[in-house]
Design a binder for this molecule. Structure first.
Ligand code: FAD
Length: 416
């Protein structure tokens, strides 16, 4: 089939690879000058287990309050109706999850996809001999007894699926991550030896090359102005007619909803901004070895080669390019509290702000739309790096008319 893909973030690139590998003639249209320049640029790096990415689904990490200066979610002064509606749905689902103490179906769907994606990523990494910065092991820091309670539904979803999770005391946590500050007060930690972190952008650039070797064509600096139906196709900026394809896959991250709306397809997709700071390693002994999640502040600190990346923040309704000062303060504070002296702040810092493409129940939308030939692979929210390889493979199977290897319940593009 002749297939167009809109967007070359981690989701578009993995989709291009899977479809090209299946023998389709794939063309990717990307408005930026390279792959992974938007949300996939400097993600926290947390790969698996995906349900532990802060903000991956309502109920993954409960919070005492959404409001106030210390609240993890920062709201802009003028939220749109769709942002307000998203917020209502998210909070309702989070409360239901907290009340039952059980993972809701979306959390289970997310866990399933993250697990499948992890296996697919490992397969691709090994079979294509991809070398990208990565580290092994995930440690969740518990500063108060409430932190462990907040994780109950997510941990249950992981345990039910057979994940290994060790509850460890503070001394053991420090043996696992010897760089952790001795003065950081901990009630304990959770250790997931199978956890992984990695450099999303590096992986995307390598997989783009692999997709090109299978014949995929990437057109950078090319914006899709409009999607077309009957026949399905894309109209590019500056072109009077749309180009027809046998299928179009929309992987345009937070900009997907705007492209879908004129086709009568509405998706409750919002942009939840966050930031990361990547700093050069200063002293190996004081830096993380793997990825550390501070549950209280919903911040991740990951080791990526010769750098450490701290990431977090959740801002709804603030579309500016600048990182939020309070978010940045939190990132620097948590890094300093956990790994003082591990990084250098004087030079080589990379500060980044990105927008998580969020649907109100957590999992992405993967599959067919009501428009024949138009497919979606979008809305991966806070765990797109953890989910991309799996959702791409599952979508390619659907396009080929095969039954995917995982149950796609809860991921259907038409569930809203
Ligand atoms: C601070 C932060 C930390 C994060 N940490 C993690 C983490 O630790 N683990 C994890 O798994 N995930 C994490 N995420 C989430 C992850 O980054 C996203 O889920 C993922 O990058 C989304 O990928 P995407 O390909 O859908 O979107 P994008 O990477 O944004 O790609 C969409 C692409 O479509 C292009 N596009 C849009 N419209 C058009 C158009 N009209 N024409 C042509 N091109 C178009 C855009 O230019 C863009 O390149 C984090 C996100 C943030 C913001």
């Amino acid at each position: 089939m002749k297939i167009a893909i809109v967007g070359a973030g981690i989701v578009g690139v993995t989709t291009a690879y899977e479809l090209a590998q299946d023998g389709h003639a794939v063309t990717v249209f990307e408005q930026r000058s390279a792959a992974a320049e938007e949300a996939s640029f400097a993600t926290g790096g947390l790969l698996a287990p995906g349900v532990l990415s802060p903000w991956s689904a309502p109920g993954t990490m409960q919070m005492p309050s959404y409001f106030g200066s210390q609240a993890p979610l920062r709201l802009g002064s003028a939220l749109t109706l769709s942002e307000l509606s998203w917020l209502r749905r998210w909070r309702r689902a989070a409360r239901a999850c907290a009340k039952s103490g059980e993972p809701l179906p979306p959390l289970r769907a997310l866990e399933r996809l993250a697990r499948y994606s992890h296996a697919r990523l490992q397969h691709l990494t090994e079979s294509l001999d991809l070398h990208f910065e990565h580290s092994a092991g995930t440690l969740l820091l518990l500063r108060t007894p409430h932190d462990a309670e907040a994780l109950t539904p997510a941990l249950k979803a992981l345990r039910d699926a057979g994940s290994t999770i060790h509850e460890v005391d503070a001394d053991t946590a420090r043996r696992i991550e010897p760089g952790l500050s001795p003065s950081l007060a901990l009630t304990g930690a959770l250790h997931l030896p199978d956890g992984l972190s990695g450099n999303c952008r590096q992986f995307a650039l390598l997989l783009r090359q692999a997709a090109q070797q299978h014949g995929a064509q990437f057109h950078f600096g090319t914006r899709v102005a409009r999607l077309a139906s009957h026949p399905v196709g894309v109209q590019l900026d500056g072109e009077p007619e749309s180009r027809p394809f046998d299928a179009v896959v929309l992987c345009a991250g937070v900009q997907s909803a705007a492209l879908l709306q004129p086709m009568g397809q509405r998706l409750p997709l919002v942009a939840l901004h966050g930031s990361s700071v990547s700093a050069p390693l200063r002293e190996e002994l004081h830096a993380p070895q793997g990825v550390v999640v501070d549950v209280q502040t919903q911040t991740t600190i990951a080791r990526l080669g010769q750098r450490v990346r701290v990431s977090g923040g959740a801002e709804l309704g603030r579309g500016t390019a600048q990182a939020h000062p309070q978010t940045l303060n939190t990132l620097y504070r948590v890094l300093g509290e956990c790994f003082p002296g591990g990084v250098t702040h004087s030079s080589g810092l990379q500060v980044w702000r990105g927008a998580r493409p969020m649907l109100p129940d957590g999992p992405p939308a993967v599959g067919a739309t009501t428009v024949p030939g138009l497919w979606l692979n979008l809305g991966h929210g806070a765990s797109g790096w953890s989910l991309a390889c799996g959702s791409a493979r599952a979508l390619a199977d659907q396009i080929a008319g095969k039954t995917p290897d995982i149950d796609l319940e809860g991921l259907c593009a038409q569930r809203f």
